[in-house]
Design a protein around this ligand. Structure first.
Ligand code: S3P
Length: 428
């Protein structure tokens, strides 16, 4: 389905956002293997998180979901049942990469499949550490792409250094480490999001962190808990960007996750001159959250270094939109991981922004963007079936000289089905 986006004047008002996608997945991962009930409010009902729910239901876990409240009747660490069929995970890379860590400790074989995009995403990054942990796992084809077949059993602890900073890889190894005797540790080149560590600790796992190394002790059980899933900072980023760009904007986003390992986008745009304030901060466990107020302001260019990349990895597409309107030349370094996201996001963002008249080029696995001083050209844009590319295009289109068309817009349902409703509410 295509969608026409009309330019608008400004964004104004107060909104709440659906729950964070990473945290919502983890509520199900952890709830499904805890003892007793796990409950969460503001759970994200989007295609990706619903895939994780259906995988756990297929493995015998009772999950009730009413509006945004979820209740999971966990059956303990080894309580999953052999699914009667292949587990289809749609577009969800997070489920494909983290679930094998849990399956490593079960007593059955399972096959994980995905859609066309997920079937082209590299899985060697989890296959390698899991094999070192003595887990029987393989890809059904010659490369490391899904489908994956995993046979659970004994798990050996390891000390593992990841090649890329990836929360999915780290989480997979940590979950597998729950099933191993003694201590498993993961060392990353740079810190990635730490929701797994926080949430596992909250439910009773023995986890510690020293510099870039996270260690977990094999454990007998986790306890079901109550969670509030804060609003998704990655979803908030689109409206924040819109408010930065459009003159006269003033928005407040309530109850957004403020986990320091997800703050890269806010920190970066504040350095670019964005007018952002955290109005209320609640340091609750396991995740902090608060209200974010954003008003329009002129932005200047910036250099983003590779070490900061994991803290804003999902926000690079919308950051590229902001950089396209900032004064001067922005350089975003070390983003080769963007090549293996839902699409090659370096390619898809470069294509769309070029069509809108932006001077942007990909160089040395980075982006170089020369900010322009006027509105974007009106253009026919492509989502490339990638939700974050689609939402970034929609925000850019708000500041175009005429109507823009975006192709295959339905991919937004992967992470943010309410995106256009909330945008419509803020449009003034
Ligand atoms: C996620 C980790 C990140 C991120 C993805 C969600 C997670 O992926 O891009 O949207 O929930 O752990 P990588 O681990 O590949 O960096």
């Amino acid at each position: 389905m295509d969608k026409i986006i009309k330019p608008i004047e400004r964004l104004h008002g107060q909104i709440d956002l659906p729950g964070d996608k990473s945290i919502s997945h983890r509520v199900v991962f952890i709830g499904g293997i805890s003892r007793g009930k796990t409950r969460a409010s503001n759970f994200l009902r989007a295609e990706d998180s619903l895939r994780t729910i259906s995988a756990f239901r297929d493995m015998g876990i009772d999950i009730e979901i009413k509006d945004k409240n979820i209740t999971i009747a966990g059956k303990g660490l080894k309580g999953l049942r052999k699914p009667g069929k292949e587990l289809y995970l749609g577009n969800s890379g997070t489920t494909m990469r983290i679930l094998p860590g849990i399956l490593a400790g079960q007593t059955f074989e399972a096959t994980l499949t995905g859609d066309e995009s997920l079937s082209k995403r590299p899985m060697d990054r989890i296959i390698e550490p899991l094999r070192k942990m003595a887990v029987d796992i393989h890809s059904k084809n010659e490369n490391s792409f899904p489908p994956l077949v995993i046979k659970g059993g004994m798990v050996k602890p390891i000390e593992y250094a990841t090649k890329v900073a990836s929360a999915q890889v780290k989480s997979c190894v940590l979950f597998a480490g729950l099933y191993a005797k003694n201590i498993t540790s993961v060392t990353e080149p740079f810190t990635s999001r730490d929701h797994t560590e926080r949430m596992l600790k909250f439910c009773g796992a023995k986890i510690s962190k020293k510099h870039l190394t996270v260690s977990i002790e094999g454990t007998a059980e986790l306890n079901g808990k109550e969670f509030f899933v804060p609003g998704d900072i990655s979803g908030a980023a689109f409206f924040i960007a819109g408010a930065c760009i459009l003159e006269g904007s003033d928005i407040t986003i309530r109850g957004v996750g403020l986990n320091p390992t997800r703050m890269g986008f806010l920190d970066t745009i504040i350095k670019m001159g964005a007018d952002v304030t955290i109005e209320k901060r609640i340091d609750s466990l396991p995740e902090p959250y608060g209200d974010i107020r954003v008003r329009h302001s002129k932005l200047k260019s910036i250099v983003v270094e590779e070490k900061d990349m994991p803290l804003l990895i999902d926000e690079v597409p919308v950051l590229a939109v902001l950089a396209s309107l900032a004064e001067g030349m922005t350089v975003i370094k070390g983003i080769r991981e963007l090549r293996v996201k839902e699409t090659d996001r370096i390619f898809s963002m470069t294509e769309n922004l070029k069509t809108m008249g932006v001077d942007i080029r990909a160089e040395n696995e980075g982006l170089i963007i020369n900010g322009r001083k006027k509105r974007f050209a009106k253009a026919a844009l492509n989502s490339f079936k990638d939700h974050r590319v689609a939402m970034s295009a929609a925000i850019a289109a708000l500041y175009a000289v005429g109507d823009c068309q975006i192709k295959d817009i339905e991919c937004i349902n992967t992470s943010f089905p309410e995106f256009f409703d909330i945008l419509g509410y803020l449009e003034k």
